[in-house]
Write a protein that binds this ligand. Sequence first.
Ligand code: HEC
Ligand code: HEC
Ligand code: HEC
Ligand code: HEC
Length: 397
Amino acid sequence: MKVKYIVFTTALVLLLSVYFLNGNTLNRNSQIKQSNEQTLPQNPLNGRIVFEQKGCIDCHSINGYGGKTAPDFGKQNFFGSDYDLISAMWNHSPQMLKQIGDKNINKQNLSEKDFRSLRYFLNFLRYLSVNGNISNGKILFNKMNCIQCHSVGKLNTKKISLNKMSVYASPLYLAQVMWNHAAKMQNMQRQSGIKIPVFKGNDFSDLSAYLESISPNGKKEKVYMSPGNPLKGEGLFKSKKCYYCHEQKHIGPDLTKYNFNKSVTEIAGMMWDHASSMDAAMTKYKISYPEFKNDEMANLISYLYFKNQSKVPGSIEEGKNLISGKGCISCHSQGNSYNAPVINKIGPFNNADSFFSELWNHLPMMEKTSYAKGKTLPKLMPSDVKSLYLYFNRKNR
Ligand code: HEC
Ligand code: HEC
Ligand code: HEC
Ligand code: HEC
């Protein structure tokens, strides 16, 4: 177990090393409770420990590391947020429980804290973009006109050398430095008539990989960037005046309506592509252009990522209907022979994760009855779980 854990962690750290990591970020607490039930993680990657300890790794893998009998979360795009994870686990539980039985694995109970960590972790996989492609980066360096103003490798007195970029192993670092120089670069671009490059997809990662590969000091000790601390990012969103323009004064578009379910470098690309119009708005409203240092851009972008998680609909009314519609009442009624608490005695729960944990943990018990046998387990969509949760947490009982 111990050895396997070390192997997995090492593999994962290597895998995600595009961005990170210094040891500290791995050990911070995973989240802090916020008002309005919204929580932001401090280190979403902590969930990798639960993923291993609770045996998910025995069947599932992440980009090829781990078990091979269940979907690979790095490849199959399971990027659940709040109510998605429990719903997916519940709906796939007949297969999962069958494999658990076949493999003679102990089914693991999951606590409220486990659920929260797992949610953040699996959700975060979408955010960590893939390793850059060096040859594509080379093509982009020409195509995006970087080469007109910059040199890499051999020095060229007429051009600005990017050789010192090679020690930065994170594409996000490139994005951060470019963001800080956006005004100067774009001025020069306007004057020289060279087209301003637009970033999409993995462009930042590819360019960064190319810069890292070609520069003479490429073998020097690398400087990594943390994957981001959303909680700190929330503070930056206010202190760098993003909040002022985007939420308070509506000078910029309402970012809460955007889909930020993208990789960190794609989000950085969105910011870059609007840098010159933002800069113009800042000049107009006398706001100084925000520069970023250390892990600030990572923190800010991870905040944007977690802030706009899909808002699942649901209502108490619907929850009430589901109690009978999904057959919960067949066990949770007065005088039942299962020792199940009556519906009215259930709840309230401290938070959704503690409800998820109850639901998940009583599945094997359900398996023993016809309720959960194979195909008869009713499906629970994310909105169903939310409605049930709202119902158990209703004020007027
Ligand atoms: C014994 C093997 C096994 C274990 C252990 C296991 N799973 Fe699964 N899991 C599966 C299988 C098999 C499927 C696919 C089932 C299907 O297709 O219906 C699955 C499906 C899923 C899905 C749905 C994936 C999708 O693409 O929608 C999620 C989410 C999931 N598992 C999460 C977990 C988590 C979290 C853990 C650890 C707490 C875990 N699983 C442990 C075998 C396992
Ligand atoms: C029109 C000219 C021009 C183009 C095209 C251009 N840049 Fe720049 N770049 C600049 C200028 C000017 C600076 C600012 C240098 C300074 O502040 O001293 C700069 C700064 C940078 C820096 C910061 C360098 C440092 O050492 O801090 C990076 C990184 C960078 N550019 C990358 C790129 C990439 C990648 C591309 C192509 C996508 C690109 N640039 C395209 C003109 C350009
Ligand atoms: C002075 C006001 C102002 C400030 C401060 C500001 N923005 Fe903007 N932002 C804008 C405007 C205006 C646009 C739209 C620009 C356009 O349409 O090209 C924009 C666009 C964006 C977009 C692109 C949305 C899209 O359509 O793709 C993102 C992302 C963004 N801002 C993030 C931020 C972040 C993060 C900060 C804080 C570091 C910030 N903004 C600070 C005014 C501002
Ligand atoms: C096969 C019988 C059965 C069915 C069907 C069933 N439950 Fe349960 N449930 C139980 C039993 C028994 C318990 C007592 C805890 C335990 O032993 O796991 C329980 C406990 C719970 C708890 C924890 C209660 C507490 O206060 O700790 C919740 C929440 C819950 N069930 C929700 C549901 C929901 C929602 C449904 C319908 C989707 C459902 N159950 C369907 C038998 C069932």
